[in-house]
Design a protein around this ligand. Structure first.
Ligand SMILES: [Ca+2]
Ligand SMILES: [Ca+2]
Ligand SMILES: [Ca+2]
Length: 310
């Protein structure tokens, strides 16, 4: 019995092998199953033509669009034996609304430091009329401006250096200032040979002045005298509110008690001159307005003196 079963199965196998004998294209066939598929999915499955009874090529798989532009066209994939999106069709950014490839959509798409802003899908140096985008942080080469996405250089604010040595033609990048000089060397006028950092002046201190004159604000003053101020010391430590202070002031040769008073940040409220020519001044010292302790200059006309803030 076992033997008979074996024979039957062998026979069935041979019959089967004969029946799957595939038919190539353009050869005679009886039905679709006869026709040989080339195992390529995307070119479709061959079939047996009912008209000619020959095998004909299959219809290539057609993939329907998913309506999205930015994931690329849908195409047949042999790998998955189905349709796939081919991928972003743009080398930069893709705009789904208009089905367009563009340079950028947001600033993040602009990776070149020279054109970091995205304006109307183009990477530009500056946003429309936004001069700050072009500012290179330098004062001395002028203020850069933005025009239609492009930055333009500014005019140097101090002019062309050194063509007009008497004008404020030097530029100080540290203070953002046009200056006449950086050092004495830049001061060509013998009358004002010293540089105070901004201007050429006659003197920086008394040593620059002859004939008993004194240096006052860059000028050697003919009339100069020392003030004698009482009290000489004023306590400002832990001063939380303004305080009144009275001073009695006399001076050396040239002292004029009626001359203009200059107490700087200390406010002069009243001044009077005694019969002996002593200038009496009532002042208010504002709290917190005078930052430094130490000598504090006071002027009466051409005369200068100092009190000591403690
Ligand atoms: Ca095929
Ligand atoms: Ca698509
Ligand atoms: Ca600049």
């Amino acid at each position: 019995m076992k033997k008979l079963t074996g024979i039957v199965m062998s026979l069935a196998f041979v019959l089967c092998a004969v029946s799957v004998q595939a038919v190539p294209l353009d050869e005679n066939c009886n039905n679709n199953a006869d026709c040989n598929d080339d195992v390529v999915y995307c070119n479709g499955v061959p079939s047996c033509s009912s008209e000619t009874s020959k095998c004909v090529a299959g219809t290539p798989v057609s993939c329907e669009s998913d309506g999205l532009f930015c994931n690329g066209p849908e195409v047949c994939s042999e790998d998955i034996e189905g349709c796939v999106s081919q991928g972003n069709p743009c080398s930069y950014s893709c705009l789904e609304e208009t089905d367009q490839c563009v340079e950028c959509i947001t600033d993040d798409n602009c990776t070149d430091n020279n054109t970091p802003f995205c304006v109307e899908n183009t990477c530009v140096a500056c946003r429309v009329e936004t001069d700050e985008d072009c500012d290179n942080g330098l004062f001395c080469d002028g203020a850069e401006t933005c025009d239609n996405g492009t930055c333009f250089d500014g005019e140097p604010p101090c002019g062309d250096n050194q063509t007009m040595p008497s004008a404020l033609s030097f530029c100080n990048e540290e203070t953002d200032q046009c200056v006449e000089c950086f050092e004495d060397f830049d001061c060509s006028d013998n009358g004002t040979p010293r540089c105070d950092g901004v201007m050429c002046v006659e003197c920086l201190d008394d040593f620059d002045c002859d004939n008993g004159t004194f240096c006052r604000e860059g000028v050697c003053a003919v009339q100069a005298c020392d003030l004698i101020i009482k009290p000489r010391q004023v306590r400002i430590n832990k001063m939380f509110r303004p305080v009144e202070r009275r001073f009695r002031i006399t001076g050396g040769e040239g002292f004029d008690p009626y001359a203009k008073l200059d107490f700087g940040l200390i406010r002069v409220r009243r001044a009077a001159v005694s019969r002996k020519g002593v200038l009496k001044v009532l002042t208010t010292i504002p709290a917190g307005a005078i930052p430094n302790k130490g000598p504090y200059e006071i002027r009466v006309g051409d005369c200068v003196g100092e009190i000591i803030l403690r």
